[in-house]
Design a protein around this ligand. Structure first.
Ligand code: NAP
Length: 270
């Protein structure tokens, strides 16, 4: 799995095709989408028109909260794969830790054994739910994709995941700009001597921590900027300065908040 990829949350269907085409041309090979984003077909079109060999690409999509039952998971996966135009999906994630995700996991284990999914994982799972899933199933999730950014760093959780053999993947690496991330003086000062932007410092800090990261942008200039993070190394002092920004709390919402459990569980894809 590439350590750095490209996310397409909140990108409309038409814009997604342009953005993914530009991202692939810029050099991204990991694309992160989801059934709930409504843009899998656009991702599929961009993949096909890129001419990039299939085995060079790493495509992730996600299963939305749905009615219980393994058959429903199989149907949802088939639907996503068809929209993407792929026989095999590289990484398939349970998008939210709600509903009958044990039956979903059993179906995903079978799809993995059949060779339809190269790796199966989860997203937004808290430590207790992740560990319970691991302890009571045959296959350990390869990945847990969770909000991770300088204000919400998940350092202890990453250690637990490492112990259990789960790769941490960051969503919202820039906290979508919340808390004035892009003008944060500490991050800007760290980047200045290297001639790097705040965004580049954040991505480099993730990569040095071993966190897979999938920033989103619709700007080709920023796509290039976000990829240009392999020619410098943050010092221990830089890493410590970023570590000190941790507030250990979400910039968005807590998936354990009852109001959000209600809200997300009640959404069904048409
Ligand atoms: P993000 O990557 O933290 O932030 C995206 C924002 O940053 C956009 O407004 C973008 O603006 C801006 N930006 C990007 N690069 C920049 C740069 N170099 N300089 C200045 N601004 C820059 O937010 P995200 O989209 O929420 O997270 C990334 C991906 O994670 C998503 O696309 C999705 O694939 C995934 N995700 C998953 C979940 C989940 O529940 N599993 C939830 C959220 C996101 P422009 O586009 O205008 O450049």
């Amino acid at each position: 799995m590439p350590i750095l990829g490209f996310g397409v949350y909140q990108v409309g269907p038409e814009e997604t095709e342009h953005a993914v085409s530009a991202a692939l041309a810029a050099g991204y090979r990991l694309i992160d989408t989801a059934a709930a984003y409504g843009n899998e077909e656009s991702v599929g079109r961009a993949i096909r028109s890129s001419g990039i060999p299939r085995d060079e690409l790493f495509i992730t999509t996600k299963l939305w909260v749905q009615d219980a039952g393994e058959d429903n998971t199989k149907r949802a996966f088939d639907d996503s794969a068809r929209k993407l135009g792929l026989d095999v999906v590289d990484l398939y994630l349970i998008h939210q830790p709600f509903g009958d995700y044990y039956s979903e996991w059993r179906a995903m284990q079978n799809l993995h054994r059949e060779g339809r999914i190269r790796a199966i994982g989860v997203s937004n799972f808290s430590p207790d739910r992740l560990l319970d899933l691991i302890l009571n199933n045959e296959i350990t999730p390869a990945v847990n994709q969770i909000e991770t950014n300088p204000f919400h760093q998940n350092v202890d959780y990453q250690m637990l995941m490492r112990t259990e053999g789960v790769q941490i993947e960051s969503w919202g690496p820039f906290a979508e700009g919340k808390n004035d991330l892009f003008s944060n003086p500490v991050l800007a000062a760290i980047g200045a001597p290297y001639g790097k932007s705040v965004a580049q410092v954040v991505l480099r800090w993730m990569i040095q921590r071993g966190v897979v990261v999938i920033p989103k942008t619709v700007s080709p200039e920023r796509m290039a900027q976000n990829l240009d993070v392999f020619d410098f190394v943050l010092s221990d002092a830089d890493m410590s300065a970023v570590a000190a920004l941790d507030t250990a709390s979400t910039q968005f919402f807590d998936h354990r908040d009852p109001e959000w459990v209600r809200r997300l569980s009640s959404r069904r894809l048409g």
